[in-house]
Design a protein around this ligand. Structure first.
Ligand code: ATP
Ligand code: MG
Length: 412
């Protein structure tokens, strides 16, 4: 049987990327169709204009359908925004047959998930972090072990139900059903994190246009996630205000002349721009630009320091930070991050891709490719099937199937 076909839609603040892909042997992703479109009607990961967002998503899906020659009927969709929140919870169950099986784990997760969640929020992920069996903690995978009482530690991620419904409506207007939402940094982590980093303790950080997404991995599992409502657009806005430029021109200037560190540039460098109220291009010192950028980037990393400290896991991250997302392309950003966070920082982007990959080897597409890898992990035994040659759809999951999905993600 050939490998399943997977569809991921990354709905970002600046771009929407639909990928049709197949994961081949050795984890290599073959891209069969791509639809990259500028985003509209999305701010900080949330829909602010339904019609504009629906149209942009529809254009991206159409493009992916045209390039792949396949009709898309369902997909995994990325999700982010400051409305996302997470908590750790635990669930206790009695082991039914004295030997722990998958049903016991599912019941344990079920019990962990039974925390009081306000009616206006939806649970998106319930991820196991570890087990305690008859008082012995630190157990990674208890299936097959003997015991009477099992405690499951779980990381639960919730989002505002209205934000999810708006996304469902936008994607649904193109005739595509959302198979599962995947939190942005969890998808990115599938692409950028090595197994060693995941085990040792590392934080994945995806800095996009409107959001900064963090996920802390310790001992192989997700222990903490958070989303900040700041990103590259805020840097561009600062440049626009500081140099008195229209936003689009500020964006160009940031990408061509930007740097995260004053110490990384030569103080005599200049470039010319046409500012508001100027008839002719004027010379601007690069120092003035970098001064503005450095202040904002430093502030973003200071916010991260606070968030990581608040999580309580700040002492457990020897592998440091893996930085990705479009804004990680800013020169000097890893050095500044390392200075502010006081930890090793590396930048990562999707590798090992084949097929239509022209633009995808960039950190901006970590989430998009991550959705494909996530789908592969989730649906290993329940793959995307094509009922007609040109139709893609998933065998769809109800609640129990979602539990199975979570389990599969962590079963060896
Ligand atoms: N070379 C570069 N230097 C600085 N910033 C860059 C560079 N290339 C891209 N960016 C920034 O990356 C951002 C877009 O990143 P990305 O595509 O990851 O965002 P997104 O996924 O659309 O947004 P989000 O994930 O926040 O919803 C923009 O703000 C853009 O200015
Ligand atoms: Mg993004």
């Amino acid at each position: 049987m050939s490998a399943p076909i997977i569809v991921g839609i990354d709905i970002g603040t600046t771009k929407i990327c639909t990928l049709v892909a197949r994961v081949e042997d050795g984890g290599r992703v073959r891209i069969l169709g791509v639809g990259i479109e500028p985003s509209q009607g999305i701010r900080k990961g949330a829909v602010v204009d339904l019609a504009a967002a629906s149209q942009a998503i529809s254009r991206s899906i159409d493009k992916a359908e045209r390039t792949s020659g396949l009709e898309i009927t369902s997909a995994l969709v990325s999700m982010t925004g400051p409305h996302v929140s997470s908590l750790n919870s635990s669930g206790v169950v009695g082991v039914s047959n004295q030997v722990i099986d998958e049903q016991d784990i599912a019941r344990g997760l079920d019990s962990a998930r039974a925390v009081a969640i306000p009616h206006n929020r939806e649970i998106i992920h319930v991820i196991q972090r570890g087990f305690t069996v008859d008082g012995q903690d630190g157990i990674r995978m208890p299936v097959g072990m003997h015991g009477y009482r099992m405690e499951v530690e779980a990381h639960i991620i919730t989002a505002a139900a209205s934000s999810l419904d708006n996304l469902r409506q936008c994607v649904g207007s193109s005739g595509v059903e959302i198979n599962q939402f995947v939190l942005n940094p969890l998808a990115s982590a599938e692409v950028v994190l090595t197994d060693t980093e995941r085990e040792m303790g590392a934080v994945v950080c995806d800095i996009g246009g409107g959001t900064t997404n963090l996920a802390i991995f310790i001992e192989g599992d997700v222990w903490h996630t958070m989303v900040l409502g700041v990103g590259g657009n805020h840097i561009t806005s600062d440049v626009a205000h500081g140099l008195r430029l229209p936003f689009t021109q500020a964006e160009e200037v940031k990408i061509h002349h930007g740097h995260a560190l004053m110490s990384g540039i030569n103080s005599s460098e200049n470039f010319s721009v046409r500012a508001f109220g100027q008839e002719k291009p004027v010379d601007v010192r690069r120092e003035d630009l970098v001064h503005v950028i450095e202040a904002r980037v430093e502030e973003i990393f200071s916010l991260m320091v606070q968030e990581i400290k608040r999580s309580g896991f700040d002492g457990l991250l020897p592998a440091g930070m893996v930085l990705t997302g479009g804004s990680s392309a800013l020169p000097g950003i890893s050095k500044l991050a390392s200075e502010v966070l006081n930890m090793p920082v590396r930048i990562a982007k999707p590798e090992k891709l084949t097929g239509m990959v022209d633009k995808l080897h960039s950190p901006a597409f970590s989430t998009s490719i991550g959705l494909v890898l996530w789908a592969m992990l989730m649906d290993e035994y329940d793959p995307v099937i094509s009922s007609r040659p040109e139709t893609i759809h998933y065998r769809n999951g109800q609640n129990w199937d979602r539990f199975k999905d979570v389990l599969k993600r962590f079963l060896p």
